[in-house]
Design a protein. Sequence first.
Length: 138
Amino acid sequence: MKSHRKELWFSTPHRRDYINITTDVEKVLRNSGIQEGLCLVNAMHITASVYINDDESGLIQDYDDWLEELAPHEPIEHYRHNGAEDNGDAHLKRQVMGRGVVVAVTDGHLDFGPWEQIFYGEFDGRRKKRVLVKIIGE
C-alpha cells in the first residue's frame, strides 16, 4: 500500500470564508499516482473546517448566516474562551461543521455523489492556516 501526504495552505482575507478546494485535492490525488484507496482531507487548525456539500452560492451564504446565528462573533464578552483572542465563536462553528472528510478513490478519481465538492471553511481568518491531504491505497 502507498501513502501520499500534502499540505494545502490558505490565508483568507475575511474572518469567515468558504473555499472550494476540490480541484486542489484532485491535483494532489493525480500527483500521488494512487488509483484505489481513501483520501482524507482535514483542517489542521481548531477554528477551520473541511466539509462536503454543493458549490452553490446561496447554500454557502445560508451556511454562513446559520453559523453566525448559532454562534455569533459578537458580543465577544459572552464567550468564556475569549481572552487573548476573540475567536470563541470560531471554535463552536468548527465543531458544527467538522474537522475533515474521507472520500473514496476509484480509478484514480475522487468518488463523489452528485453535486459533492470539498470545501475549506474558515471561521477565524486573516492568517495562514493549513489543510492536510493524506491519500492511502494502491
